[in-house]
Design a protein around this ligand. Structure first.
Ligand SMILES: *Cc1c(COP(=O)(O)O)cnc(C)c1O
Length: 385
């Protein structure tokens, strides 16, 4: 590796995959390690760091190092999905432990908590996402974990991570921050005081809608972190090397993609704010959003491309707007280069608190005018038919 004396910025280091260069061949792309097993050495000792693929592999470790760099983390662990990463935090908690979680959030994570609660595994208290008074009121002497999702699905309420970590720590609990909506080029949850930063790397980190992956990062690995690593090893939910390769490739353009998605989302949010066929545009990048100042501080202005709109009319009208879009794809997920539109109530199902007229938009990197025109024609077709 050629040396430089200058301290390189994360943009440079991520674009260069941590200045990777194969010392023997000069190749600039990290190889895909496909072996599931590793031979013992001449003394019949197990080689470090890997001896079997369920523990991890070199390609996945390289992707983990990129994320640790972005998060200012001591260690990052990649999983086969965001939900398997969340499960690795939730499942090892002691039986009967008390946790404090948002009432509405990514439905799969909520389902993990609700399932643990219904089986008597965990005692769960809820707070309105972003509402620190409710979070504080839910804390108990035996609370072990506070979960925050910020920005929070699907209305993008923002939780003050520094303040939430103070609340959690005052009660001897840990704060886990799921910041999937604003990847670690924008929000560095560990720097703000979270004990564990979580991301669905399926979304912005990979950015190309061609893998599922999840990641947990920590500043000070402790006993709890070792339990998480052991859980991944025993469950075999480590990210595969092929998917890690795609993730490394995707992350090289992370800054560019999030900057462009932010720029597009800001244009779209400003265009549709006060639109006659919409009741509301929910986007923390808008100065009218109640969490605008907080989110500007917590992202440095890199708000990302997640926004929701609440249409006039009926729930069917909202569904029809999604159906009539021709540039936006009517698909779930978020954080990819292509824009998606989704009727949230259809996807999250009964019992999940969401406005029946809410459409969630994941803004990609296309031309903003094409996206604005597409949503305009769909609204016209529904409301001026
Ligand atoms: C998608 C998502 C998850 C789950 O991640 P998968 O990779 O789909 O398993 C968790 N939290 C948030 C905020 C998400 O958007």
């Amino acid at each position: 590796m050629r040396k430089t004396n200058r301290k390189l910025s994360p943009q440079t280091r991520i674009a260069q995959a941590l200045r990777f260069m194969d010392p023997e061949t000069g190749a600039l792309v990290p190889p895909i390690q496909t072996s599931s097993t590793y031979a013992r050495d001449e003394n019949y000792d197990v080689r470090k760091p890997y001896w079997y693929r369920r523990d991890g592999n070199e390609t996945t470790a390289h992707a983990e190092a990129l994320i640790a760099e972005l998060e200012n983390a001591e260690q990052s662990l990649l999983f086969a999905s965001g939900l398997s990463a969340a499960a690795a935090v939730i499942d090892p908690l002691p039986t009967g432990a008390h946790v404090v979680v948002p009432r509405a959030m990514y439905h799969g994570v909520l389902a993990l908590f609700q399932s643990a609660q219904s089986r008597g595994r965990l005692v769960v208290s809820y707070y309105e996402a972003g509402d620190l008074d409710q979070m504080r009121a839910a804390m108990r002497a035996d609370t072990v974990l506070v979960w925050a999702e910020t920005p929070n699905n699907p209305d993008w309420a923002v939780t003050d991570i520094a303040a939430a970590s103070e609340i959690a720590h005052a009660w001897g609990a840990k704060l886990v921050a799921d910041c999937t909506g604003t990847p670690p080029c924008a929000t560095k949850a560990l720097d703000l005081g979270a004990d564990i930063s979580m991301h669905s790397a399926t979304k912005y980190l990979n950015g190309h809608s061609d893998i599922t992956a999840g990641v947990l990062s920590v500043r000070t690995p402790d006993v709890g972190w070792e339990e998480i690593a052991l859980y991944r090893k025993l469950q075999g939910t480590v990210l595969t090397s092929f998917d890690a390769f795609l993730l490394i490739r995707g992350m090289r353009t992370l800054y560019l993609r999030v900057e462009k998605a932010t720029e597009n989302a800001l244009r779209i949010a400003h265009h549709f704010e006060n639109h006659r066929h919409l009741k509301q545009v929910l986007f923390p990048g808008l100065p009218s959003h109640p969490d605008h100042t907080l989110q500007t501080r917590q992202t440095g202005g890199m708000y990302g491309g997640m926004l929701s709109v609440i249409t006039q009319g009926t729930a069917q009208d909202a569904i029809d707007v999604a159906r009539y879009c021709t540039v936006f794809y009517p698909a779930t997920s978020l954080g990819g280069v292509e824009s998606l539109i989704e009727h949230r109530a259809t996807v999250s199902g009964d019992g999940f608190p969401v406005d029946p007229n809410l459409l969630r938009l994941s803004i990609g990197i296309e031309d903003a005018d094409d996206l604005i025109h597409d949503l305009e024609q769909a609204l016209e077709r529904v409301f001026n038919a």
